[in-house]
Design a binder for this molecule. Sequence first.
Ligand code: SF4
Ligand code: SF4
Length: 90
Amino acid sequence: MIESRCGLLCSQCGYREQMDCPGCVHMSKPFWGENCPVKSCCEGKEHRHCGECASFPCDLLRQFAYDEKQGDDGKRIEQCKCWSAEVSAV
Ligand code: SF4
Ligand code: SF4
């Protein structure tokens, strides 16, 4: 089951309760801004998550994943790969 467009695990996110956030795939806009460029891009291409994209992992996604403050050292990119592998194993 995918939890976000970029590979973040919303179920493990501390903001979920704090900000009453329904999670990336269930919200129309993020609580932290007008839009998320990754979410907008991914949904615009009608992918379920970035791992389905031909450009994966693109510069934008890498920028988010390796951001010094908000990034997770590429973990979300690995998570997208896991979601892609789960689908192809079915
Ligand atoms: S960073 Fe963007 S794509 Fe990733 S979970 Fe948050 S809103 Fe979704
Ligand atoms: S990998 Fe990059 S180009 Fe592809 S959907 Fe995600 S943000 Fe958009």
